[in-house]
Ligand binder design. Structure first.
Ligand code: BDR
Ligand code: CA
Length: 305
């Protein structure tokens, strides 16, 4: 099994990515680290613990990370995910004593240094924890296979005019990751242009199993009217890339993050046309096959509890 660390801010689409990773027979989830993002750190951590309980996976370590961005003040996305961050389903209260004492970056360092095989990092929230990990413990770099992150856009944003939420929330952290020299895969907003979770797919999972039912309830609440027209379940595209990359079309190109712009900070500058004449540093997802994604999603939910 391939070792993987999920760094997350659950988050409705985070919950989907976590479920699919936990029930995949190809992956060994070493830990779930939480970060401030969609809602505050206390809530994202609480949600991660609610999820491991729901899935009967309380053996998976949950560790809490950064409670705020590196330099900026906190922004959240509670208008999308609801006040709790996972509004729409009535989860049981988690066992808070399962939260590890170590901070996320200490725990990640331990996992990485002890791993025989290089580990995949899957950040699906703001990149604060990952930036802190790489700057505090640079020795972990040789233990990271690749960073597959949900974030950014090749065009316009979903939070700022030009910026996607995860990068917008902590542009300096995102910039550090793009300057890390590590193997990077960016799964941006573009992945969701064609591959959406359509209403018929939501109806199918509703009665599939208890996870499908829980997703259905969350989906009804997420982004209001798009339940009818097709949901963009962003973080699920990142885990889909790890498990079935042939769903996606990618390009190798240079990416950097704008941190100075008056209106554009957090914008991912994806140099698709080579204007900057810089060497490629990122594999960028530019499109997804809707039919393959749909089949993959249904098969993945079927494997859940
Ligand atoms: C990203 O922002 C969050 O709201 C989602 O969980 C996802 O990680 C999409 O822009
Ligand atoms: Ca997220």
């Amino acid at each position: 099994k391939r070792p993987i660390i999920i760094d997350t801010d659950p988050g409705i689409d985070d919950a989907v990515a976590i479920a699919i990773a936990l029930f995949s027979d190809e992956l060994d989830v070493k830990c779930i680290s939480t970060v401030n993002g969609n809602v505050g750190l206390d809530k994202t951590t609480y949600n991660a613990l609610r999820l491991v309980k729901f899935f009967g996976k309380e053996n998976i370590p949950v560790v809490a990370g950064a409670s705020k961005p590196l330099l900026r003040s906190v922004v959240d996305a509670s208008e999308v995910h609801g006040k709790t961050g996972m509004e729409g389903f009535d989860f049981e209260d988690p066992d808070m004593s399962l939260l590890r004492n170590e901070s996320a970056i200490e725990y990640m360092r331990k996992v990485l240094m002890e791993s025989d095989e290089p580990v995949i990092l899957l950040p699906i929230g703001p990149l604060t924890n990952i930036a802190l990990l790489l700057s505090t413990y640079p020795e972990v770099k040789s233990k990271i296979k690749e960073i597959v992150m949900m974030g950014g856009s090749t065009g316009r944003g979903n939070c700022g005019v030009m910026s996607e939420f995860n990068f917008h929330a902590d542009p300096e952290a995102a910039k550090m990751v793009f300057h890390s020299g590590l193997k990077l895969v960016m799964v941006p907003l573009d992945a969701g242009i064609n591959a959406r979770i359509t209403k018929d797919v939501s109806e199918k999972i509703r009665t599939m199993n208890k996870t499908g039912h829980m997703f259905y309830e969350l989906f009804r609440r997420y982004r209001g009217s798009s339940f009818e027209t097709g949901l963009k379940m962003y973080d699920s595209y990142a885990i889909a890339y790890v498990l079935q990359p042939d769903i996606f079309e990618t390009v190798e190109t240079f990416v950097d993050i704008e941190t100075q712009g008056e209106y554009t900070s957090g914008c991912s500058v994806v140099d698709l046309k080579g204007y900057l004449n810089r060497e490629a540093n990122t594999t960028v997802v530019v499109d997804a096959d809707p039919e393959k994604f749909k089949q993959w999603f249904l098969t993945s939910v079927e494997k859940c509890c």
